[in-house]
Design a protein around this ligand. Structure first.
Ligand SMILES: [Zn+2]
Length: 226
């Protein structure tokens, strides 16, 4: 039964990493909806309306896109990744389709917080399928259309995705302590959609010493600094 589910970024990344996908994926193709625009976005109801348009009017079996992004950074899982999409003629068998609810021909990506959310999703897809930033394409690379809108530039988009990919694989993250927003810089790595950071710099910043000498299976001992 076709449907759509709104998920957190953590759940989206976990899904991307763990979903069973037997077809080979060679590209991630980025779209905008054009209509509805970002200004017309009404959350889940908008995503459902897109699916109903794709199924009832276009006659497709489900939403043509695999993942849709709403302007505030909302993430919706639509057509399952294991199934070929219906988003880019001639390219559907070996691609994943990600679509922003927006009309980036006239709307400004700089005013769209979800732009980076979509780039994180695209980066995670590249990572999952062992692809580099050059595997990111715009719909207009394959069709006489503006999609995903003339205000998005492919080179800049790929650069942003490459930076996120770098951050996810080898770079650092900042752990922010509240209140006061004290920042602890940590090395991080992405494993199955979960960001893992080393305990020691965080513990030390919190005033705890990590005791190496006391060894007990399955336990790490922290002691407040005297
Ligand atoms: Zn498109």
């Amino acid at each position: 039964m076709p449907s759509e589910t709104q998920v957190s970024i953590e759940d989206a990344l976990r899904y991307i990493n763990e979903a069973l996908v037997q077809r080979s994926i060679r590209s991630v193709i980025v779209h905008h909806t054009w209509r509805p625009t970002a200004a017309e976005y009404r959350g889940l109801a908008t995503i459902r309306a897109v699916r109903q348009y794709h199924t009832n009017v276009r006659g497709w079996s489900d939403n043509g896109y695999h993942i849709m992004i709403g302007p505030p950074g909302d993430i919706f899982l639509c057509r399952p990744l294991r199934r070929a999409g219906a988003h880019c003629k001639g390219q559907n068998a070996h691609s994943v389709g990600v679509s922003y609810v927006a009309n980036f021909d006239v709307e400004d990506p700089a005013d769209y917080p979800g732009l980076e959310t979509g780039q994180r999703i695209v980066a995670a897809l590249l990572q999952r399928f062992g692809l580099g930033p050059e595997a990111v394409h715009f719909h207009r690379d394959y069709a006489p259309k503006s999609c995903p809108g003339w205000n998005l530039k492919l080179d800049a988009y790929r650069d942003a995705v490459a930076a996120l990919l770098q951050q996810a694989t080898s770079g650092g993250v900042q752990v922010v302590l509240l209140p006061g927003s004290k920042v602890i810089e940590c090395k991080a790595r992405l494993e199955h959609g979960t960001t893992r950071v080393d305990l020691r710099p965080v513990a030390e910043a919190l005033g705890y010493e990590v005791l190496d000498r006391i060894k007990e299976q399955g336990k790490v001992f922290l002691r407040p600094y005297a």
